[in-house]
Design a protein around this ligand. Structure first.
Ligand code: TXA
Ligand code: MG
Length: 322
């Protein structure tokens, strides 16, 4: 541990308030791996949103995630693994969990599973819960990075707690510049909303804790306000100004986010394509947050397929922040 801290200081402390942006080529991925090995924080591209990664086997590294995000420490993190084999090291995998992994990994689905008491994961990642959230991402940069290091990566979305999630390096810098060591630039995230989260219970029952790009037939949707994490809290993804949903036209003060026939200052998908809308959702919200207009209005979006995830995020973006 002492060696690790020393190395971190030598390499990074001199540039404490500088966040490097590193292109995600072979050299950049190797650089990111070195920073992570030394216990640093790197924002990494995934197919859903950018994650704020740290080594999941280090309490010090994971503590930095909570500090940089201003995230309450009772809210557990998702741990990113290469595949089902690596997942097995950390969780009890039932038959139904194994089936879900075989069908959907690598990809945008996170499984909440019983935690194995394995010394190599720090307790902070699961915030002391008896379960652990695991995901094998499909983004080629993340997959290469996970192969390049010999530990899994804890990574929540790379934004200040409660703020809009990032789908580009610029979005990450909008809220974390100077607070993290680096951003690995892998372009825009193409799915655009966070992974589906399902809990696989001991009796095989599957509960959907957060809607996302993948819908699991037969999963029971859990009353999301009863769930422990901020991603499930009423106000989240907040752009810092009032948000009006189901708007069919813009008032003078509105930054309009359009969909289908309703055009906006930013349009989610003029063709009415829900996958395109998901991919553009957070970019439009970031644009709305940065605009001079004091309010954001959003056209109706159908609540079907990935539209369920879009509506879930929009309701939380529109909820009062207290
Ligand atoms: O697509 C994604 O899932 C992205 C990328 C980076 O992988 N990550 C992400 O992480 O959205 P985050 O921290 O923003 O959301 C993780 C959610 C939180 O709502 C947290 O409460 C929940 O996962 N979670 C984590 N561990 C859990 C557990 N053991 N039981 C229930 N919920 C859990
Ligand atoms: Mg988040």
């Amino acid at each position: 541990m002492a060696a690790l801290v020393l190395e971190y200081s030598a390499v990074f402390m001199s540039d404490k308030n500088v966040t490097e942006v590193v292109l995600a080529d072979a050299k950049g991925i190797a650089r990111a791996a070195r920073i992570l090995e030394a216990g640093g924080l790197v924002a990494v591209p995934t197919e859903t949103v950018y994650g704020l990664a740290a080594r999941a086997d280090s309490a010090e590294a994971v503590a930095k995630i909570y500090a940089a995000k201003g995230r309450p420490d009772f809210n557990p993190l998702i741990v990113h693994v290469r595949d089902a084999k690596q997942a097995e090291t950390f969780a009890e995998i039932s038959d139904s969990a194994r089936d879900l992994m075989a069908q959907h990994w690598p990809g945008p689905i996170t499984l909440v599973l019983p935690l194995r008491r394995d010394k190599s994961l720090t307790r902070a990642v699961s915030a002391g819960l008896p379960t652990i959230a695991l995901r094998a991402p499909s983004h080629p940069v993340m997959r290469t990075l996970l192969e390049a290091v010999d530990f899994p990566l804890a990574a929540p979305s790379a934004n200040r707690s409660g703020f809009i999630s990032p789908t580009s390096p610029d979005h990450v810098l909008a809220s974390l510049d100077g607070r993290i060591d680096a951003v690995l630039d892998g372009g825009m995230s193409d799915r655009g909303v966070e992974s589906t989260i399902v809990a696989v219970r001991a009796d095989g029952a599957i509960e959907e804790l957060r809607p996302g790009p993948i819908s699991i037939a037969g999963a029971s949707a859990v009353n999301s306000n009863a769930i422990e994490g901020p991603g499930q809290l009423a106000s989240h993804y907040a752009p810092g100004k009032p948000v009006r949903l189901n708007a069919t036209n813009a008032a003078r003060d509105d930054f309009m986010i359009g969909f289908g026939d309703i055009a906006g200052d930013c349009t989610l998908s003029s063709a009415g394509d829900l996958n395109e809308a998901a991919a553009r959702l957070y970019d439009c919200l970031h644009q709305g947050a940065a605009s001079d207009k004091p309010c954001i209005a959003i056209a109706p979006v159908p609540e079907e397929g990935i539209g369920r995830a879009i509506i879930d995020r929009l309701r939380r973006a529109a909820a009062p922040t207290n």
